[in-house]
Design a protein around this ligand. Sequence first.
Ligand SMILES: Nc1ncnc2c1ncn2[C@@H]1O[C@H](COP(=O)(O)OP(=O)(O)OP(=O)(O)O)[C@@H](O)[C@H]1O
Length: 250
Amino acid sequence: MEEKVVEIRGLEKSFGDLDVLKGVDLDLYKGENLVVLGKSGSGKSVLIKIMVGLLKQDSGSMHVLGKEVSKLKTRELNELRLRIGFSFQNSALYDSMTVRENMEFPLVRNIKNLTKKEITMKIEGLLDSVGLPQSINQMPSELSGGQKKRIGVARTLILEPEIMLYDEPTAGLDPITCGEINTLIKQVREEYNTSSIVITHDLTCAKDTGDRMAVLLDGQFDAVGTFEEVFPQAEDKRIKSFYDYNFINS
Ligand SMILES: Nc1ncnc2c1ncn2[C@@H]1O[C@H](COP(=O)(O)OP(=O)(O)OP(=O)(O)O)[C@@H](O)[C@H]1O
């Protein structure tokens, strides 16, 4: 049987009268890229926040790498978080640090006893992987949006996460750069054997990067499957409108 790295069952979360997650079931398998789609406000970020222990569910379970996240003590939660790489929408680079310093920061903070040489080799190796070896001494302000995203991904990979979470990886990028980021997401899986969740509104990104799609509709994952299973034949109006908006109106 395929190994599950995330197993979500009957997950519910409300804020006052607002029921956001209404019994979510979802699995992420080892080595797969799972795309999570859903309109704005549907609860994608809430789901991810529960996954990394920033929010607690009201009921149901969230197992990540074999552990129920809501039951972890602070120290265990911090250990788990180190095994999860989060690539933020805005790439979250520190503007006052060079690319090298940005990449050194999580390493020095979390892994003791690395020599200067080891740190440099890791940084150079990852910058090579994301195709930006020449950017090592640049400031974030000197990079394009696509380059910042690449460095953001490299920075996240430096702690060798088992799970990668990509939040809107292609938002605000032109179609060619989007294509490059999609290729990078696939390459990360191949090179580092990560399991990934890609949150996106961009169906081209979904189609290019995802082994499976999961569409969050009214607080549950109604449609889960390959792109071909979920989208082109969709009869559900809510899913169809996603598809039409991306591929017919664009
Ligand atoms: N801490 C909170 N307190 C109260 N309401 C919240 C909180 N966090 C999220 N919500 C509400 O939960 C709903 C889902 O929010 P969420 O951020 O998960 O949406 P999303 O699907 O990620 O949207 P987007 O695609 O715009 O990022 C929204 O109505 C939001 O206002």
